[in-house]
Design a protein. Structure first.
Length: 397
């Protein structure tokens, strides 16, 4: 009998939303919480202290990328991922299941999740998916590599929270494939847990991953199987459908049957309306490339639901704009009065500062959305706050 690392302090009576604290070996995470990506051992462009100052308690590194470069043995030689990257707070490592399977087939799941197709036009590709694991060509140098449940757990770099290795079933496969694939994910979970019980670092939490595609019965069965295993938490992965209503439905089926006490992570989802709905559906943590990737491409998050909370500052109409990135935004970029015209110029000139400013602004925006939702759960005002945010209220005001 394991005790849950999640302490739930407050619940919204009208939904499944809950707020609390998730405890790990390197500190606590206030939930619900968004996890910025540090895929390759850095939140691109930011210092660790800046990530903390923006309101984040945890970052996500990727086992798959880091085992290819610089290699998990090398990172171990630096004392593990925390010391290597200078982040002493909690780290979650994604197993690489999504990345390795994205190379193999289909980019539909990427499109659904707003991710750039991985491996497209590159050397990386899957050679064989076998019971033992997956053989693939490295996207870096074309060399043949192998990743399986044990190798993935071994390469988890001393993270505080390791996601198990799963077969990430894409959207464009039929029910039978999804069922077989989900069963394999369950067998791989057992192998991950067996490896971890023998060799896992002390204090590392392990999350199982629910698969099952867009099939109600497969999702429910997978959720129950994962929940019954000796996992510390549960992540929801795989294809969540072709549009937002279907995504919410799939998450709804899943959280409806998950045990209350275990923490829940929704993989790869982070648009503003998805964060709001996800919290209502009982998700505790989210990760997504969206805020940081958009920032690097000149797009700022603003409270404009009709435009998916986005404004593309690379557009010509901002050339002479004296407007701030966002009115009233307290982030370090907006607080000193930097204009859209300046940011547009920096992005076009490929000045690193432009990418940094928008990364900071976007992460600050998402942090305030999450803090709003969290505070509203404690205050008993989640329905009002959620509908205000959906209608375009500025977060954190
Ligand atoms: Zn700002």
């Amino acid at each position: 009998m394991t005790t849950s690392p999640l302490r739930i302090d407050a619940r919204d009576p009208g939904s499944r939303a809950r707020a609390g604290v998730l405890s790990t070996a390197h500190g606590e995470i206030r939930t619900p919480h968004f996890v910025p990506l540090a895929t390759k051992a850095t939140v691109k462009g930011l210092l660790p202290a800046e990530v903390t100052a923006l309101g984040y308690d945890i970052v996500l590194g990727n086992t798959f990328h880091l085992m290819l470069d610089p290699g998990h043995e090398r990172i171990a030689g630096f004392g593990g991922l925390h010391d290597f990257m200078g982040w002493q707070g909690p780290i979650v490592t994604d197993s690489g299941g999504f990345q390795v399977f994205s190379m193999g087939y289909g980019t539909v799941a990427d499109e659904i999740k707003g991710r750039a197709p991985f491996g497209t036009g590159r050397m990386g590709r899957v050679l064989a998916i076998e019971e033992e694991g997956v053989r693939f060509r490295s996207y870096l140098d074309g060399s043949e590599k192998f990743i399986g449940p044990e190798t993935s757990m071994q390469a988890a770099l001393g993270s505080d929270l390791a996601l198990v290795f799963d077969e990430c079933t894409p959207f464009n496969v039929d029910r039978e494939y999804t069922a077989r694939s989900t069963e394999r994910t369950h067998r791989w979970l057992t192998r991950c847990l067996d490896w971890h019980a023998q060799h896992g670092p002390a204090g590392q939490l392990v999350y199982g991953i629910v698969q099952g595609g867009v099939y109600d019965d497969l999702r429910v069965e997978s959720a129950q199987t994962i929940a019954a295993a000796a996992v510390d938490g549960i992540a929801i992965g795989g294809s969540l459908g072709e549009d937002k209503p279907q995504m919410y439905e799939v998450v709804d089926w899943t959280t409806a049957v998950l045990p209350e006490d275990k923490p829940r992570h929704l993989l790869g989802i982070g648009e503003i309306d998805d964060l709001i709905r996800g919290v209502e559906l009982g998700i505790d943590t989210f990760d997504c490339a969206m805020p940081t990737r958009l920032g690097r491409h000149g797009v700022a998050l603003i409270p404009d639901p009709d435009k998916r909370w986005r404004v593309d500052l690379t557009a010509g109409r901002f050339r002479d704009s004296k407007e701030p990135i966002m009115d009233g935004c307290p982030c370090p970029a907006c607080a000193i009065g930097l204009t859209r015209g300046y940011v547009r110029y920096l992005v076009h000139a490929r000045e690193l500062t432009g990418q940094r400013l928008l990364t900071v602004h976007n992460l600050a925006f998402v942090a305030r959305v999450m803090e709003d939702l969290r505070a509203a759960i404690y205050a008993g005002t989640l329905p009002e706050r959620a509908s205000a945010l959906r209608a375009g209220a500025a977060p954190g005001v």
